[in-house]
Design a protein around this ligand. Structure first.
Ligand SMILES: Cc1ncc(COP(=O)(O)O)c(C=O)c1O
Length: 425
């Protein structure tokens, strides 16, 4: 679609009005205020077009979902082929697609983690993992990290670490402690013989791309094992190559007990989540009653066809290695901006194609996001640390496109600095 100015304005206003009346007046206002109020129309590869025909380089990347870019042809083809055959199942018979998807996952999952339960989102994956930890250990308590993000259903929200999103829904799960991410001593102090699981992102995403010290996860593993608690690695955002390894725990040679996934698992075409564990944990969860935990839509054949194609494509196209290589280009580019503007850019962090830039103030971050948008480059806000903007481009991005994104951030930082200096001076 490429419409004239009047049509763009009319459709944008009509859509905003429907948001105000039927969906979310708040979101309509925020999108208008931030200048992202022309609806998007289509997407392909690393790009999104709005209804005016304006083309944006997408470095928000579905917060990790578009590792293969938008509508990767191999995933689209697999899903279309499946759609022509059968869309959804009652899971009354066995499913070849589900069996194949779980097998494809087992082939890349760490160590002896061979069993998977497919669901539809990250938060559902986390809910399943929390239940599996309880039934396997016979314990009830959890430890998460301050500012950690695991989703917004009750269990996931309970183990997440920002009060802003929790306060209004209390009481949540009663037995959750939050410890500082990256501090193994704090975890050692908090854990006890009631702890069923420690749940951590490997690189914190919504907390503003926090990369732990190299010895953190090996210590976490030791502490969990010594105390009989399970380690749940929440890889909803990081799995399937985002950080430059297939799974982020591989950076630290650490074997988790349960892994949660979503985002890139569906190849950017289908919404899919999953939690996975070894035979022992699976036996505790499903051994006595295979229907103790179940879902109507999870593991549907469309989703499974996307999972199989996504994993195959990630391997065939060498995207994990690509993420590691381009991640260095991204980090170096952002660090050179920090060197130019040390007063406003507090820190640059990242692993693979997951990078964050922390500013001295959240308004500065918001202005930089808007500035990048004006340059047709989309970068993300961080829910649990609004001072940080994030770049999570598709792993298929070309180096020249990545450099364009870095330039846009640099220009937006320069422009924002000048503007604020003008106001205060
Ligand atoms: C690490 C992590 N876990 C869980 C979730 C929740 O996933 P979803 O939004 O699909 O429920 C997210 C979402 O951003 C996430 O980043």
């Amino acid at each position: 679609m490429s419409l004239d100015e009047a049509a763009v304005e009319r459709i944008s206003e009509e859509t905003a009005e429907k948001y105000r009346k039927y969906f979310s007046p708040g979101q309509a206002n925020i999108l208008k205020f931030s200048g992202f109020d022309v609806p998007e129309d289509r997407a392909e590869g690393c790009y999104i077009w709005d209804i005016s025909g304006r083309k944006f380089l997408d470095c928000v990347g579905g917060y990790g979902a578009f590792s293969l870019g938008h509508r990767h042809p191999k995933v689209v083809e697999a899903v279309k082929k499946q759609l022509d055959k059968e869309a959804l199942k009652s899971h009354f018979f066995m499913s070849i697609e589900l069996a194949d998807a779980c097998e494809a996952m087992a082939q890349v999952l760490p160590g002896d983690i061979n069993y998977s339960f497919l669901c539809n989102s990250g938060t559902e994956a986390v809910e399943g993992a929390l239940k599996a930890a309880r039934i396997h250990t016979g314990r009830t308590e959890y430890i998460g990290a301050i500012n950690g993000f695991h989703g917004k259903s009750f269990g996931s929200l309970s183990v997440s670490g920002r009060e802003l999103y929790k306060e209004a829904f209390k009481p949540l799960l009663p037995v959750v402690q939050q410890v500082p991410f990256g501090d193994a001593d704090a975890l050692a102090d908090a854990i006890n013989d009631k702890t069923a699981a420690v749940i951590l992102e490997v690189v914190q995403g919504e907390a503003g791309v926090n990369v732990p010290p190299d010895d953190y996860f090996p210590k976490v593993r030791e502490i969990c094992s010594a105390n009989g608690a399970l380690l749940i690695a929440d890889e909803v955002r990081t799995a399937y190559g985002r950080t430059g390894k297939m799974f982020a725990t591989e950076h630290y040679n650490v074997q988790p007990d349960i892994v949660t996934m979503a985002k890139a698992l569906g190849g950017g075409v289908m919404p899919v989540g999953a939690f996975s564990a070894n035979a022992d944990i699976w036996d505790s969860m499903f051994g006595k009653n295979p229907y103790l935990h179940s879902t109507t839509f999870g593991g549907n054949p469309l989703a499974c066809s996307a999972v199989i194609a996504a994993i195959k494509t990630t391997i065939e196209e060498g995207l994990v290695e690509r993420s590691a290589t381009l991640g260095k280009v991204l980090l170096e580019g952002l660090q050179s901006i920090q060197k130019q503007y040390p007063n406003v850019v507090k820190e640059v962090r990242g692993k693979g194609l997951l990078a964050g830039v922390e500013f001295d103030h959240e308004d500065f971050a918001a202005l930089v996001i808007a500035g990048c948008g004006r340059r047709d480059v989309l970068v993300a806000y961080s829910l649990n640390n609004p001072k940080v903007i994030r770049l999570e481009p598709p792993l298929i991005i070309e180096e020249s496109e990545l450099k364009r994104a870095i330039d846009a951030v640099g220009e937006a930082v320069a422009e924002t600095s000048e503007m604020l200096a003008g106001i205060s001076g």
